[in-house]
Design a protein around this ligand. Sequence first.
Ligand SMILES: C[S@@+](CC[C@H](N)C(=O)[O-])C[C@H]1O[C@@H](n2cnc3c(N)ncnc32)[C@H](O)[C@@H]1O
Ligand SMILES: C[S@@+](CC[C@H](N)C(=O)[O-])C[C@H]1O[C@@H](n2cnc3c(N)ncnc32)[C@H](O)[C@@H]1O
Ligand code: SF4
Length: 384
Amino acid sequence: MTLTNIHNQIQLPPLSLYIHIPWCIEKCPYCDFNSHTFKSKLPEEDYIDHLLLDLKQSLPLIYNREIKTVFIGGGTPSLLSEASMQKLLSGIKTIVNISPDAEITMEANPNSVEADKFLSFNQSGVNRLSIGVQSFHPDKLKRLGRVHNQEEAIAAAHIASRVPFQSFNLDIMHGLPNQSLDEAMADLDQMIQLNPPHFSWYQLTIEPNTNFASKPPQLPEDDLLWEIYIKGHEKLTQAGYIQYETSAYAKQGYQCAHNLNYWRFGDYIGIGCGAHGKITHLDGTIERIQKIKHPKGYMAGTYLDKSWLVANEERPFEFFMNRFRLFEPTPKAEFETFTGLTLCAIESSITEAIKKEFITENLTHWKITDKGKLFLNDLLGLFI
Ligand SMILES: C[S@@+](CC[C@H](N)C(=O)[O-])C[C@H]1O[C@@H](n2cnc3c(N)ncnc32)[C@H](O)[C@@H]1O
Ligand SMILES: C[S@@+](CC[C@H](N)C(=O)[O-])C[C@H]1O[C@@H](n2cnc3c(N)ncnc32)[C@H](O)[C@@H]1O
Ligand code: SF4
């Protein structure tokens, strides 16, 4: 990349904080997230001390930048006791500068024991709850190895709507083992009745190194998957949900600010086992950071696994890989300020993408077309 391709006006993107809680009651057979079962008692007090120390050690990366969003993910963060969540959230507020109107999300499983803690989590500062429902169908829940049942999922959503969270999200998966169109639509009907402001609708994928990868279940054929997607999308749109990313739907004004910041190539620090981060420095370098994955190793007290700089040549791909997941137009100015490159650096790739009808452009923005969404890998390949 030549010098003329480097933009000299560095403007730091918004900053988020991710906190990983690595434990679950059972390991679900489809899940490859960094989660571990535990034998007796959760070492939660020790772990929170480590999280706070990890955050303190991250300070030189962010000096006093304001944190716009916080996301406590897992694993199953709702396994933490009320006191631990209170200690964690008040602890981070003494270390970093959290914006007074920050979105603070926590993931929860819908078991009754955990749902009883929702109000207390809210009083500790959580203002957005994300509940992993997956399905409302009893057989499907069993097949997915979930430890909650249909009644608990409905009750958890009711509790979440009564607690004064600013928003809550339900995660539902489709394309489940032996799932029919009617079963997938029944899950959506039940979800719509519960009326969450935000809804994530993931197609089940078989991930390597999971139980489903070694003993693959019978998944719906491609034609049926497509029908589920098209009919489901229609139903969600009619119910007032706006799709803003492949799997994310929200009522007007309820998009998830934390995920939006990831997809817009924002900055974030990650603390906890296996958490990753991305930070833009004042000299224009972009650093990626990865923490140690296993709880035992992480709690030995050295948190950093590795970190590396994103080369100038890799920045266009990294920027568009995230950005083109979103349906909103991409401001050209953000490409320059967030990657530190000029538009000249991608001129030929953009021309090619327009010629192939993957994107359109006007003076200020690019927009992905339906064809671009369908051939996303080919589109992104133009920026490698
Ligand atoms: C990391 S999980 C955490 C949420 C919480 N532990 C739970 O499972 O309820 C986040 C979400 O990713 C989705 N997910 C996990 N594995 C998936 C897979 N193989 N295919 C599609 N979605 C998946 C599920 O909807 C899940 O709720
Ligand atoms: C798949 S998403 C589910 C979000 C949910 N649908 C919502 O709208 O709130 C969240 C999961 O991604 C993973 N994750 C997100 N940010 C991460 C980070 N910085 N480092 C490591 N894992 C991360 C965690 O496993 C987390 O539970
Ligand atoms: S409860 Fe959530 S994080 Fe834990 S194994 Fe299941 S899907 Fe993965």
